[in-house]
Design a protein around this ligand. Sequence first.
Ligand code: SAM
Length: 449
Amino acid sequence: MLPEKLVSSLEGIEGFDKEAFEKVHASGEQITSIRINPFKNSEAQIPPSGVGGAVPWTEYGYYLAERPSFTFDPLFHAGCYYVQEASSMFIEQALKQTVDLSKPLKVLDLCAAPGGKSAHIQSLISEDSLLVSNEVIRSRVNILKDNIIKWGAGNVVVSNNDPKDFTKLENYFDVIVVDAPCSGSGLFRRDPEAINEWSENNVQLCSQRQQRIIADVFPALKKNGILIYCTCSYSKEEDEDICKWMMEELPVDNCRLAIDKIWNIIESSTGYRFWPDKVKGEGFFLACFKKTEGDDRIMKKTKQKVDSLNKNEIAVIKNWVKKKSARFIRYHDTVYAIAEKLSDEITFLSDHLQIVYKGVATGLIIRDKFIPDHALAMSHLLAETIPAIQLDYNMSIKYLQKKEIQTKADRTGWQLVQFNGHNLGWINVLPNRINNYYPKELRILKESE
Ligand code: SAM
């Protein structure tokens, strides 16, 4: 049962149809959608249950006819796709229609864990652009980092900061996405237990927190920069009222987006509403704003001393990465590859933020030996010459469970294992056995589906 107070509070909001809304919640219908990774694109990406049509507001989203076991799909672990709610993929329209994505941009995804929108944004920005994917709650940062690594890009920094820490980066970002923590009513169909946690009081608390988050991060947006605000709440207090407050208190213009009528998205006074009885997706709200005052930041040179590699170490590592211009820096023994064009920005950010991941962790150099990192196997930076062994489905699952695997290897040493041509991770082939280097913390814990 939906909270009566929620339903009555929605009366009069654009697009709200009480009967249809209650019916769709009572139906028990579940929608499953995925968004493919264009960098790892191939036909093999779509999981076994097949495709149930494209999500209309994105190039990369598909509905699935039924929900497969993603845990037991090796391509899920290879980062070929991300399981994501369809409505929230609308962020693609917000970005495409308000910013020139071909330019080098600095984008902040402020409330990023577990990383769905960050991975999507990364697929849309250019290689020379930098995405700062931030999560304030420490216990949620690891899942964000793991998902960013799995996506395989090198132009992302993962940080663990409070919104007010970004005040130090005044006028820095071209785009800031605030996918705000909210009362969550938009996901009631998917997670009926959350209904019990809903209260009017929580809506008020969320609304105050949303204002605080926006006020804290706003100085970090440069003049003419775009702020994208979204929630998965139906409550006006967390949606249009926040937009109204922004327009009264902050120097912003509300941006309108062109939406195709057949999408059935409802345009409200300041944003876009997704009602589950009208779209094939869950409840969602999104609004865009352009900052009208402020400046362009001139980046000051950094004070940070970076631990660069010596000539011999660079020679070792160059056998493992594509011949792109990257700077290699050592941090806590691990060697990270940072795109040359982004390295000054990333060093600058390291001075101001609590960075937990940057670029691509390539591995460890111990004397003249290289121990590759799992992140390198997932990354586009990996050299194409690295030997790879194909595993069948059953052996892939064993590998992902971090069990002993048997396969024919015609050489010893570090090799990739692949399923359908997609990297799953590393093995080290010794004369008498194969060591499985799949990260322990990522392994599939279940025995079978
Ligand atoms: N953007 C994510 C995605 O697409 O996968 C989902 C983000 S979720 C709606 C909101 C996030 O805000 C959560 O990860 C939560 O931990 C974080 N959060 C909670 N309190 C916050 C605060 N005071 N400031 C900033 N973020 C907060």
